[in-house]
Design a binder for this molecule. Sequence first.
Ligand code: AR6
Length: 173
Amino acid sequence: MQIMDAVRGDLTTQPADALVNAANSTLLGGGGVDGALHAAAGPALLEACRQVRATQWPDGLPVGEAVATPAGLLPARWVIHTVGPNRNRGQVEETQLASCYTRCLDIAVELGARTVAFPAIGAGAYGWDAPTAARVAVLATAAHPRTGIERVRFVLFNEPLHTAFLDALQGLI
Ligand code: AR6
């Protein structure tokens, strides 16, 4: 059985095989959930991100792409880093935001993750409104085969986003 749910909480304390990071293309940290994950993970996460930059993505991770690293001290095996479109800089394509979820789930399937936890990608510094961020997240996740993944959990930091995700999940029924 495949479960999708939404809880209010802090992603850094959510036990899951894979935690998704709403990163920026440098992969070298930032504010918001990115900063919180790096702070909780310890320096091993930054080191792993530097390795990714040195090998796989020397020019940075493109918008809508994703890449996995070990999770350092976080309660997870992997962090899957993705880069949302920055609406505040004119990146307004919902397909790019959907791609973040699709590519993260592709990688989670490849890794053999059974549980995956997402933040509301793009809904902070990158300026996506809560209803749109939630609708795109839920529809992209629902459309993915998610082979081997038992639970996808959206972990929302505030009540308006939590409500928006619950509404979007309700819309699937
Ligand atoms: N757990 C869950 N959600 C959180 C947490 C947390 N610990 N902390 C913040 N959020 P943002 P973006 C929520 O700005 O919009 C970074 O600087 C937050 O309230 O983290 O994709 C990166 O380095 C919001 O609802 O990500 C990039 O430069 C959601 O996570 C840029 O921000 C996403 O907000 C990415 O911007």
